[in-house]
Design a protein around this ligand. Structure first.
Ligand SMILES: C[S@@+](CC[C@H](N)C(=O)[O-])C[C@H]1O[C@@H](n2cnc3c(N)ncnc32)[C@H](O)[C@@H]1O
Length: 409
């Protein structure tokens, strides 16, 4: 399927079903858009904890299980299925680099062609291992470090955070014969053009929303021969909503708010057990508080301030008081307030299962954004490929766009 048709089909399925994926079961628990589909509701509410956790993590399995009860699942499954790289063999990380991040980096590198003939049809010679690289939003430059250790590739990491720049350069200083460095640079500034030019390829592992969009426009302006990025956090650095880049997605009737874009990255495969337990406890507390708000005449979806994770440990009553003091609404705290935490935990179990319907659309929303980037790059005369560079269990943000500038004829 070509990218344009793919994006248009995603648009259509998203527009047709927007009441489903815009419904937040955690804050609107009195009515659900699937109330008229009792068989689907019964299926979801009967899922045991293990089944639920499995489906929450895995889009393919979720859609496959939904097919008998939820007709849109058939097309969604077709539209989100992309060839995925097999799990790469484990490589021991250098000292100081988290193991999971190192495995992601190795899979990212493995997904690139390094020989003419493996690359796109136009045989553009800009290959990963022979074209000086810019690592976009590099953090400490772990990707540059890995490219140096595999290919002795020259690279420059661009990073805004001075402490990450320092730590990255300290690491680089220890690599014998180093050919990479990290520089402090705001990629949103014109300063990037001091580094990016028509002989540098640009690589980005997990560049957030507006930052990877900036990568595309800078690459196009500078005529970079090759671009390669895995996008993440579509809701960040974007002025409050998704900013379409390609002419066809600019013309589309679908607009995506930051709340919609957060849906695209709602997947908790890589969180630890302690983190997951704290997050769920807080979610249950919010639902308990919303039940109380509803009883006292407030809307269940009243906006509430967020809680840092460690607040899951304070007493429920104290937590409620803290949240309400920040919100300034007149709620009477009943003497049996502890029971609202229990009710919240029961409500959470239900909300999580009903929310699987929103989750059924998350990859479609993500792909719609990524295809917009690809269509933009095509307009800028790049040949593009889209793949999954690793299984979602290693990172759910596993989409990889590679683009090679078409040779001028
Ligand atoms: C999601 S992290 C990814 C870091 C690294 N690529 C990785 O995969 O570990 C995003 C990085 O972008 C950096 N960043 C944020 N805004 C930036 C900007 N305007 N210019 C350059 N870097 C920026 C952050 O400091 C952070 O290190």
């Amino acid at each position: 399927m070509n990218f344009e048709l793919w994006a248009q089909r995603l648009n259509t399925v998203l527009i047709q079903n927007q009441s489903l994926w815009r419904h937040n079961a955690y804050s609107n628990f009195t009515a659900s858009p699937i109330d008229d589909n009792a068989v689907l509701g019964d299926f979801l509410l009967a899922l045991n904890d293990d089944e639920f956790a499995q489906l929450q993590r895995n889009d393919q399995q979720l859609l496959t299980r939904l097919i008998p009860y939820f007709p849109p699942a058939v097309e969604l499954l077709e539209l989100i299925t992309i060839t995925s790289a097999p799990a790469a063999s484990h490589r021991e990380p250098p000292v100081g680099i988290p193991g999971n991040k190192w495995q992601q980096i190795q899979a990212f590198i493995d997904a690139h062609p390094t020989k003419i003939g493996e690359t796109q049809a136009n045989q553009n010679p800009a290959l990963l291992n022979n074209t000086p690289a810019i690592e976009w939003c590099s953090g400490k430059g772990y990707l540059s470090e890995a490219l140096f250790s595999r290919y002795a590739l020259d690279s420059v990491g661009l990073e805004i955070d001075a402490s990450l720049v320092d730590s990255g350069n300290k690491r680089a200083g220890k690599s014998a014969g180093r050919t990479y460095q990290i520089v402090k640079c705001d990629v949103l500034s014109e300063g990037v053009f001091n580094f990016v030019n028509s002989s540098t390829q640009i690589l980005a592992l997990h560049a957030c929303g507006g930052l990877h969009q900036r990568l595309l426009s800078v690459s196009a302006t500078a005529h970079s021969p090759r671009i390669s990025f895995s996008p993440c956090c579509y809701h960040r650095f974007n002025h409050g909503e998704y900013q379409a880049l390609s002419s066809s997605m600019k013309a589309s009737a679908l607009s995506l708010s930051n709340s919609d874009l957060r849906t695209a990255v709602r997947q908790t495969c890589t969180a630890g057990a302690g983190e997951t337990a704290a997050r769920r406890r807080l979610q249950a507390r919010y639902i308990g508080l919303r039940i109380l708000l509803a009883e006292q005449g407030f809307a269940t979806d009243t906006a509430l301030p967020s809680s840092p994770q460690h607040w899951s440990k304070v007493r429920f009553r104290d937590w409620v008081n803290e949240i309400l003091s920040r919100k300034s609404i007149a709620v009477t705290i009943p003497t049996n307030i502890a029971q609202y935490e229990v009710a919240g935990a029961q409500g959470l179990r239900k909300a999580e299962r009903l929310d699987l319907i929103r989750m059924a659309f998350r990859r479609a929303i993500e792909l719609r954004c990524v295809l917009d980037s690809i269509l933009y790059l095509q307009e800028q005369h790049y040949d593009c490929t889209l793949s999954e560079f690793c299984p979602s269990s290693l990172t759910p943000r596993n989409l990889l766009v590679q683009a090679v500038k078409r040779a001028a004829i």
